[in-house]
Design a protein around this ligand. Structure first.
Ligand code: ATP
Ligand code: MG
Length: 386
């Protein structure tokens, strides 16, 4: 008797002709994620089978599976030889302590087995009722489903529990995205949501050292580390120092436009980096109406600097409480609320403009050598790999 894990994928079945590509990609993502545990991943019709699972690696593999985009659900199953005796023994073992209503569901991939699916389900169901008086059959709406999956390989997989994965599409199937990662609550959630839709993430963080502290940086590094788990086990973070650029804005420009100008600078750098690294899209945690820089006029004036790179804002219509729920689920919340200065809180104006105009922003930028300063910041960019 061996322990195995059956993994079912989510939307890949919708993929028609490209299905094979998605199936292979997800298989590789699973393999990479659990490589250290010595288990074997194979594709079987409509699902994957993980074998070579031991009692000590099982739990750890399950934890990894929970964070792989594209997985719908998975079950720990016991593998037995396809004989009535072995199937019965394992079924009784799994159902001995259960109570409530149940049903036996048989999938007979092995057409040579002497009983039909219906007959086997009925026999095993009867055997279970004989030994456990706390169970009742309900074929319509059972609380427990004992699944018996007879494979052509003469092996049978038996399980009664289903765990749900994160859904979505395999990371790498929807292109590459450059996540503008602050230390806040929203941007890690935005990154998670796009990874879930199959985007391979890269991150760009702007700081303002020495105005922002070493602790602020460690916080972002910790958030990046958490995101690696959803991003195929790694994440490259580009770190750019905006201090000189911010000083210039502070010295030369209309104070109310500070945030608008900073954001325009950030997006210029982001697009330049995306183009250089052949990243397909920018991703932000922006949310309509949440703060002054997130009115529609502000979003328009800020994104006006972008030439032709799409900006995805998965949280645009979320309520803060919904964003927080996701942050808690992915375990970034506690890190995000640590109170360290962010470059956006340095030189903060008393009354930021809520309806900035593009022509005003452009006129403000004429007042200093913004291109030169952005070039310097870009050239001094640091790369940190997680
Ligand atoms: P967050 O919680 O993600 O910081 P927020 O509610 O604080 O978002 P803003 O400060 O307006 O909102 O930032 C909007 C988006 O701009 C962020 O979600 C992030 O994608 C990007 N951004 C803001 N500050 C930075 C930064 N220092 N580095 C990289 N990206 C940033
Ligand atoms: Mg923020």
């Amino acid at each position: 008797m061996n322990k195995v894990i059956i993994v079912r994928y989510s939307e890949i079945h919708l993929k028609g002709k490209n299905r094979g590509y998605f199936e292979d990609l997800l298989k590789n993502n699973i393999k990479d994620a659990i490589a250290e545990y010595g288990a074997v991943v194979e594709k079987i019709p409509g699902r994957y089978l993980i074998t070579n699972v031991t009692d000590s690696t099982c739990k750890r593999i399950l934890n990894k599976l929970a964070k792989i985009a594209g997985i719908f659900s998975y079950s720990v199953a016991t593998e037995v030889d396809s004989t009535y005796e072995q199937i019965k023994e394992e079924s009784l073992y799994q159902m001995a302590e259960k109570q409530g209503t149940f049903k036996v569901e048989v999938n007979r991939g092995d057409k040579k087995f002497k009983l039909t699916s219906m007959e086997l389900a009925r026999e095993i169901g009867g055997d279970i009722l004989d030994i456990n008086k706390n169970l009742k059959v309900d074929v319509q709406n059972p609380e427990i489903k004992l699944c018996i999956d007879l494979r052509e390989s003469q092996k049978t997989y038996i399980f009664s529990e289903v765990l749900y994965g994160m859904g979505g599409m395999p990371v790498g199937s929807s292109g590459k995205g450059l996540l503008l990662l602050s230390g806040g609550i929203d941007s890690p959630v935005a990154g998670y949501m796009m990874a879930k839709r199959g985007v391979k993430l890269y991150a760009l963080h702007f700081h303002s050292f020495p105005y922002t502290s070493e602790l602020a940086r460690e916080k972002v590094e910790e958030l990046a580390r958490k995101l690696t788990e959803y991003n195929g086990g790694n994440l490259t973070v580009y770190m750019v120092n905006m201090a000189k650029y911010q000083e210039a804005i502070h010295s030369y420009c209309n104070e109310n436009y500070t945030i608008t100008l900073l954001r325009r600078g950030m997006l210029r750098i982001a697009e330049r980096l995306a183009k250089e690294k052949q990243i397909d899209m920018l991703i932000t945690g922006e949310n309509l109406g949440q703060v002054a820089s997130q009115t529609i006029e502000s979003i328009k004036t800020i994104e006006n600097v972008i030439e032709d790179t799409p900006i995805l804002r998965p949280l645009i219509a979320y309520d803060k409480s919904d964003i927080i729920s996701v942050a808690q689920k992915i375990d970034t919340f506690t890190e995000s609320i640590k109170p360290f200065e962010d470059c956006c809180t340095v030189f903060l104006p008393d009354s930021p403009v809520t309806k900035p105009k593009t022509y005003v922003a452009e006129a403000e930028e004429e007042k200093f050598d913004f291109n030169g300063l952005l070039d310097d910041a870009y050239r001094e960019m640091e790369i940190v790999k997680f």
